[in-house]
Each structure stands twice: as structure tokens, then as C-alpha cells.
Ligand binder design. Structure first.
Ligand code: FES
Length: 271
């Protein structure tokens, strides 16, 4: 399509244009940014509080359970509560063990292509919605510090895979109830659903899809990559759904473990 004179060209480092009025839209375009700001702010406040609380993150053998919060797994510090530690531990770490690991899942989410779109729009109004004026006069893209760091996303993706594997291991381990044998409780289901949603979030990642099918000139010469790409493409179309579902559920999983660990209620045994 030919670019007409009335089109607004987006030039890196240039000025962003638009009509004199902020928008001609009359629908509730502001609703999505408001929801995004509310949910992300609530998550950041809760996860920060939970990470610094440094207690009630593990339900152990004294109540025949093995449930650990995803915010604290793997528990790598020597001050982790008994039973929650993995084989290796940093000795002398005096702060919350969650602070040793949260940079990886948070970095993965912060640099996610979908979340970038959401928080650039919702927090920076850059622009807040389609056909609504940008709040900024210029646009430099992600070409300089700090936003150039968004390119680390593909590396955080690999770190995310390691965490997904560990959280899946936690979920499987939770089916073994110390002193009672194998069984299913609400807690095991919560941990399992959490791990499944995190896998769906990672496998639907744009970087993951590119890794499998990107830079391939002929799929017929790469049948295995083609199969992966074909499997991942429908997941990729639902990346936004998995991003929100996994974000909310990981917080709910921490809430569940925290309430059981603090004695508010006990983990119900299904069989
Ligand atoms: S694009 Fe969202 S996790 Fe990679």
C-alpha cells in the first residue's frame, strides 16, 4: 500500500505525530490499561512482600506434606527452613532465600514481548491504545540503555525452562506425603496446575517459537523443527492468556502454601 501524505511515519529517534485531540475513540479504550496497571501493580506489591517475608513458604513432614511456594524454589540458602533445601546451599546468606532466585522469573516476565506491549501502553502511555495519542514526543525504540536490555529475553527464556523443570519436580514430589505414602491433596493439584501453566507460558513464548522455526528457509529440509513449530504456533497465539493465567496462579500458589504453612487451614487430602 502506498504511503499517503496524511500517514504518520514512525522514525526511530524522531517525533511522534497524531491529531491535536488525544483521540477520537468513544469506546472504553482506557479499560485495558487500567486493568493492566491494577493487576501488575498488585502482583509486584504482593510478590515483593512475599519474597521479603521469609517464612511460611514450606509445609513439611510434621504435617505429612512436602509443599513449597514457587517464590522460594529452589531454596538455595543455608537459612532455608528444614526440608525445603535442595542439595546445594549458599552458606552465610542472611536475607530471604527468595531474593536469590526471583530475578530469573521476574526478568523473564519483564522482558516478555507481550508484557512489554502491555506495560509500555499501560504505564508509559506509549501509546495507551490504538488510535490514542502517544504521551511522549519522541520514540527511540529499544535501541539504547535501559530498554536495549530487553534483548536478554531469549536468555531468560532458558532460565525459565530450568525453573519450570524444578517446579514440576516439586509438584511431583508433593504427591509423596511423608509418613503416609503417595496420595493427592489440594496442594498437589495447586502445584501441578501452577507448573502446567508455567510450561504453557514458556512454550508459547515468541522466542521459543523462533528457536524452533526461525531462520529456516525450507521446512521440508527440517522436519523435526517444523513439527515443533507447528505444535507451538497455536500455543503462541494464546500467549497473552497464558501470561495472565500463569502470573495470577503463581501468586495464588504462594498464597495457598502460605495459608497452610501459617496454620490458617490444613491441606485437604483427597485420597
Ligand atoms: S514472549 Fe512472552 S515469554 Fe517470551
Amino acid at each position: 500500500m502506498a504511503v499517503t501524505e496524511s500517514s504518520t511515519k514512525v522514525v526511530l529517534g524522531g517525533t511522534r505525530g497524531g491529531p491535536d485531540v488525544a483521540t477520537l475513540r468513544q469506546d472504553r479504550w482506557w479499560l485495558q490499561p487500567v486493568v493492566t496497571v491494577s493487576v501488575l501493580t498488585a502482583f509486584v506489591i504482593y510478590s515483593t512482600w512475599a519474597a521479603f517475608q521469609n517464612k511460611y513458604y514450606y509445609v513439611g513432614a510434621n504435617v505429612h506434606r512436602d509443599l513449597i511456594s514457587p517464590f522460594y524454589s529452589p531454596c538455595l540458602a543455608s537459612n532455608c527452613v528444614p526440608g525445603s533445601k535442595v542439595g546445594f546451599a549458599f552458606s552465610g546468606w542472611a536475607l530471604s532465600p527468595a531474593l536469590l532466585i526471583l530475578i530469573f522469573p521476574l526478568g523473564f516476565r519483564l522482558t516478555c514481548y507481550y508484557y512489554r506491549r502491555s506495560y509500555y501502553r499501560a504505564f508509559w502511555w506509549s501509546p495507551p491504545a490504538c488510535a490514542v495519542s502517544d504521551a511522549h514526543a519522541s520514540y527511540t525504540g529499544e535501541t539504547r540503555f535501559p530498554l536495549i536490555m530487553q534483548n536478554l529475553h531469549r536468555y531468560f527464556f532458558f532460565a525459565g525452562l530450568i525453573f519450570n523443570t524444578l517446579l514440576t519436580y516439586d509438584a511431583i514430589r508433593a504427591f509423596h506425603q511423608p509418613g503416609l505414602g503417595w496420595g493427592v491433596t489440594v496442594g498437589t493439584i495447586v502445584l501441578l496446575v501452577n507448573a502446567a501453566l508455567l510450561w504453557l507460558y514458556s512454550l508459547s513464548c515468541h522466542a521459543c517459537r523462533h528457536l524452533c522455526g526461525g531462520q529456516v528457509k525450507s521446512f521440508s529440509k527440517h522436519p523435526i523443527r517444523y513439527r515443533f513449530w507447528k505444535f507451538l504456533t497455536p500455543l503462541n497465539a494464546k500467549h497473552m492468556n497464558f501470561a495472565w493465567a500463569s502470573l495470577i496462579f503463581v501468586a495464588l500458589t504462594d498464597v495457598y502454601v502460605r495459608l497452610v504453612a501459617s496454620g490458617v487451614f490444613s491441606d485437604y487430602k483427597i485420597f
